[in-house]
Design a protein around this ligand. Structure first.
Ligand SMILES: NC(=O)c1ccc[n+]([C@@H]2O[C@H](COP(=O)([O-])OP(=O)(O)OC[C@H]3O[C@@H](n4cnc5c(N)ncnc54)[C@H](O)[C@@H]3O)[C@@H](O)[C@H]2O)c1
Ligand SMILES: O=c1ccn([C@@H]2O[C@H](COP(=O)(O)OP(=O)(O)O[C@H]3O[C@H](CO)[C@@H](O)[C@H](O)[C@H]3O)[C@@H](O)[C@H]2O)c(=O)[nH]1
Length: 440
């Protein structure tokens, strides 16, 4: 199949590369010329495990190409994927400007009958608008059908998820269009669920909202655990053994960030509001998430008193491990608050520092390693559970004048930490206060 993918962010690029890998001829289009130049050389503009290798392989096999030219890209295309961003508007609703722009580009440049597949996360009813915009602006006498095919990949494991996802959801206006998209995806061997367009659009928001709810739920349980002396990790294991609950997405921490959960939960509240429905539960989920980062800062303030003039090491800046994505990362708000309170912040992340420099407040200093950040600090805050951080030798903390570690991601085993001279606070687990220990 000749396929065009519009937008080469996390979703577009991974989709394009994966479709090429299973044998389709794919051209990826982006308006960012610098990015296209880089990708044409086989260099991924994002950090995503295995992506570079697959890009290079499929470029060499001539199944994958990149361009800024919509006209050129749509010339042969039988299927056009829309994978541009749908960022948050100020009121929390989804900004559909990029999607609508692409719909107009398709209408102007499509040359043959085509199926337009929306991968971007869009509010219920948006595919009807896309259809309308394309059909009213069509320049040539061609037939365009619309399919909603929401994406469920996670950053940091995007390639793996593309080949081993739990399901492919196809919402179509005709059986023919649904069958063609199913056929394109057959080589992935992932179960397909076909439904109508509006239900497919809703499945995406409902899935993200449900996962965000799980996270806020376990975070609230963790806050109670701290007060009653229970251990949230044991609680999560005990809960997860019930198959109806499941053991995933029950990691307590400083809340969810990233490019999806924060914006999609708010967009769903708006979608509900637009039809006069007050989504109370989801509003609670969003509020709990907002407070969770503050609780970490409160713990720090409780322990050090004023943070003015204190040197604080922040380990982990990306919103989750294995990505350099800084969108809605907890580190943005946490470092800003530290700086505003007069702290000297020294940050370290194994991969995201380049992107972090562009979004964190300019007063934040960057260290070349975790140990450099920790050295001479008054406290350490852990915000992302990178393996490199989880594998740090706790002896490193002992080099601090007063080894105070506040871990927002439960990176260390409590039994292990009890062997060291340090004070260790994590989320929903008993604190370790071991300052009197003497070791050889
Ligand atoms: N990031 C994820 O993990 C993820 C997962 C599932 C779904 N989604 C959804 O997929 C969509 C894309 O997300 P993303 O994170 O990949 O976005 P992104 O912001 O990383 O990338 C969007 C890309 O589209 C390009 N673009 C914008 N307008 C264009 C146009 N007219 N023509 C060509 N290119 C254009 C931009 O230059 C950019 O490279 C969003 O709706 C998002 O909610 C994202
Ligand atoms: O038990 C957990 C699991 C996740 N998180 C946090 O939740 C956020 C999101 O994590 P994750 O879902 O792994 O990453 P994303 O790449 O944002 O993926 C989500 O958002 C995508 C965009 O819509 C969807 O496609 C995916 O299915 C959905 O998992 C991160 O800040 C995590 O730290 C927790 O705090 N506890």
């Amino acid at each position: 199949m000749y396929i065009a993918v519009v937008g080469t962010g996390y979703v577009g690029l991974v989709t394009g590369v994966s479709l090429a890998e299973v044998g389709h001829r794919v051209v990826c289009i982006d308006i960012d010329a610098a990015k296209v130049k880089k990708m044409s050389k086989g260099i991924s503009p994002i950090y995503e495990p295995s992506l570079d290798e697959l890009m290079k392989k499929n470029l060499t096999a001539n199944r994958l190409s990149f361009t800024t030219d919509h006209q050129e890209a749509f010339k042969e295309s039988e299927v056009i994927y829309i994978a541009v961003g749908t960022p948050e508007n100020e009121d929390g609703s989804a900004n559909l400007g990029f999607v609508e722009r692409v719909a107009i580009d398709i209408a102007k440049h499509v040359r043959k009958d085509a199926i337009v597949v929306t991968k971007s996360t869009v509010p219920v009813g948006t595919n009807d608008t896309i259809k309308q915009v394309i059909r009213t602006n069509l320049v040539r006498d061609v037939k365009v059908e619309i399919v909603s095919n929401p994406e469920f990949l996670r950053e940091g494991s995007a390639i793996h998820d593309s080949f081993h996802g739990d399901r492919i959801v196809i919402g179509a206006e005709s059986e023919r269009a649904a069958d063609i998209i199913e056929e394109i995806n057959r080589p992935f061997g992932i179960p397909v669920y076909k439904t109508d367009i509006r239900s497919a659009e809703m499945i995406k928001y409902a899935s993200n909202a449900f996962l965000a709810t799980k996270i806020s739920f376990i975070n609230e349980i963790s806050n109670i655990c701290e007060r009653v002396g229970a251990n949230v990790e044991d609680v999560a294991i005990g809960m997860g053994l019930d198959h109806r609950i499941g053991n995933q997405f029950l990691n307590a921490g400083i809340g969810y960030g990233g490019s999806c959960f924060p914006k999609d939960t708010k967009a769903l509240i708006q979608i509900a509001g637009n039809v006069d429905y007050d989504f109370e539960l989801l509003k609670g989920v969003v509020n709990v998430n907002k407070h969770q980062q503050q609780l970490l800062l409160n713990k720090l303030k409780e322990r050090v008193g004023s943070i003015e003039g204190k040197r604080i090491a922040v380990l982990g800046l990306a919103f989750k491990p294995n990505t350099d994505d800084m969108r809605e990362a907890a580190s943005i708000r946490v470092t800003e608050e530290l700086v505003n309170n007069g702290a000297f912040v020294v940050a370290y992340d194994p991969v995201a520092m380049e992107k972090a420099r562009q979004v964190l407040v300019p007063q934040v200093a960057f260290a070349n390693s975790a140990s450099e950040a920790i050295k001479n600090s008054d406290a350490v805050l852990i915000l992302t559970e990178w393996d490199e951080i989880k594998e740090l030798d706790p002896e490193l903390f002992e080099t601090m004048a007063y080894p105070l570690v506040i871990d927002g991601r439960n990176c260390f085993d409590l039994e292990l930490m009890r062997k060291y001279r340090l004070e260790y606070h994590s989320v929903g687990r008993p604190a370790v206060r071991n300052m009197l220990i003497t070791r050889n």
